[in-house]
Every structure is written in C-alpha cells, then in structure tokens.
Design a binder for this molecule. Structure first.
Ligand code: SAH
Length: 248
C-alpha cells in the first residue's frame, strides 16, 4: 500500500496544481475545511486534479468564508486512470449512489450506465453520479475521477462495442462455479464488467451477450446477489484474479 497521509483532508480540484499557485476552492469545500473540519490557516490539505498528481497544500483564508489552497509539495506523480470499464443497469437513488461509490473504490476507470429491458431507474442523473465518483475518489486515495458517461441503450452498446475490449458478463443463470479460474484464463487485454438490474438480464439480452466471442460469462456463486452486492463481489474477484490487487 503506498505510504501516504491518511490524516489530512483530501480534495479534488479542477484547477491546475503548481507550487505556490493559489487554488480557490468551492464554497462547499471551503465550508467543509473551515466549518466542518475547523482547520486553521496553514493546515495541510491534500489536493489532486486528475492531471498533476497529488499535492500537499497549505490552507489559506483570504476572507471569512473563503479558502484557498497553496500547493507546496507534490507527494505523488499522476498515474493513468484504471482501464476497467464498469457497465451497469442503473438502480434507484441510494443504491445507485452506493454502487457508484463502490465501483470507484474497487478500481473502475469508466462508469457506463446501460438501459436494459428490466432496468428499474428510467433515467440517471450523470451530475449526481459524478459527485458520488468525486467523493469516493477523495476518500479512496486515487488520483483521477473515473469517466462518468451518459446512459446508453443495451442494443446501442452492443451494436457499437469494440470487441478488442472483453466484456465479463455477470450472468445470474450461469452454473455456479468459481469465477477465479474463468477470469485467470482470460486473454490479457482491456476489460469491461457488466452487472444487470435488480430484475436481471432478459433472455434476449443474455442470448445476445453469450453469442459474442468477446463476452465471458461468470458466476458469482450459488445465490442471487442484489445488483449492488454483485458489483462489489464481481469487482473484487476480477481485481484479485486479473486486476490491480495482484502485485506486479
Ligand atoms: N434476476 C434476479 C436478480 C438479478 S441480480 C431476480 O430478479 O431475482 C442483478 C444482477 O447481479 C444480475 O443481472 C447479475 O448481473 C448479477 N448477479 C447477481 N447474482 C449473480 C450470480 N449468482 N452470478 C452472476 N451474476 C449475478
């Protein structure tokens, strides 16, 4: 685990981060630093923006409710966004917020909502999804915000899919067997993970997915998991088997 400062608050900022160049923070971030965390001037705050790595900054308070961050030292260089695409059928509010945060913590680099036949939520607020992704990124120590994409329809996704990226398809009807072996046998290359809605994939969707040579169905065991449980379980086995939980 990289040895970094877990104690200082950590914020995502849109502005460039360069030594000594003051960065104004949003009113909500100023309130968090000054009123919630009750930090004094000079306190250490970590900042990242997805391009300049992570910087230790000093808190400045140019006015009563205003806060600025003065970058002092780059603690970690920028690293690329993880290459794992997370495809999911949107859930309803709180469960969707949870699922988005878990996908970010578990290493998804792109969040792609897919409108399937049995999807529960008829639309998805991308700004809300991004706000959840930012909050999760600040908490889990990553240096970029995963790509938050507009929802696409299942048929459009499949029609335009680039087959060089394999889809690991969590199929609740797959015979229960360990997904670890299946994943370990995957050819190396870019991956996507696909989790269906609470109502599951339709027979037509399942048939279409299983007919594609770039799709690998996996089981997540002998029980039917709720979609947000399946998200964490699937990302865990994938990262452990072929992802960034392995060393080297
Ligand atoms: N069809 C089920 C619910 C599906 S669960 C029902 O209505 O009771 C939501 C999604 O989680 C599924 O589409 C699948 O992608 C994933 N999932 C849940 N349990 C799974 C399992 N045991 N194996 C593989 N995928 C699973």
């Amino acid at each position: 685990m990289p040895s970094y400062d877990f104690r200082s608050p950590r914020l995502f900022v849109e502005a460039r981060l360069a030594e000594g160049a003051a960065v104004a923070v949003s009113p909500a971030q100023a309130n968090y630093l000054l009123a919630v965390m009750r930090l004094a001037e000079g306190a250490s705050v970590l900042a990242f923006n997805g391009g300049d790595g992570e910087w230790r900054c000093e808190l400045a308070q140019p006015a009563k409710k205003k806060a600025e961050l003065i970058p002092r030292e780059q603690l970690r260089p920028q690293t690329p966004v993880p290459d794992l695409h997370y495809l999911f059928a949107p859930l309803k509010h709180a469960r969707l917020d949870y699922m988005v945060q878990k996908a970010v913590e578990m290493g998804a680099g792109v969040l792609q909502p897919v409108m399937t036949q049995h999807v529960q939520a008829s639309r998805l607020n991308v700004e809300r999804m991004r706000a959840n992704a930012v909050e999760a990124a600040e908490q889990c120590g990553i240096l970029s915000i995963p790509g938050c994409r507009e929802p696409v329809k299942f048929d459009a996704l499949m029609a335009s899919w680039d087959g060089s990226r394999r889809i690991v398809f969590c199929d609740e009807r797959e015979d229960a067997e360990s997904p670890i072996e299946t994943l370990r046998d995957l050819p190396r290359g870019p991956l996507a993970l696909f989790i269906g809605p609470e109502g599951g994939f339709s027979p037509q969707e399942r048939e279409r997915l299983r007919a594609c040579d770039f799709v690998t169905p996996i089981s997540l065991g002998p029980r039917i998991l709720r979609a947000d449980t399946a998200a964490v379980a699937a990302l865990a086995v994938l990262q452990a088997a072929v992802g960034d939980w392995r060393s080297g």
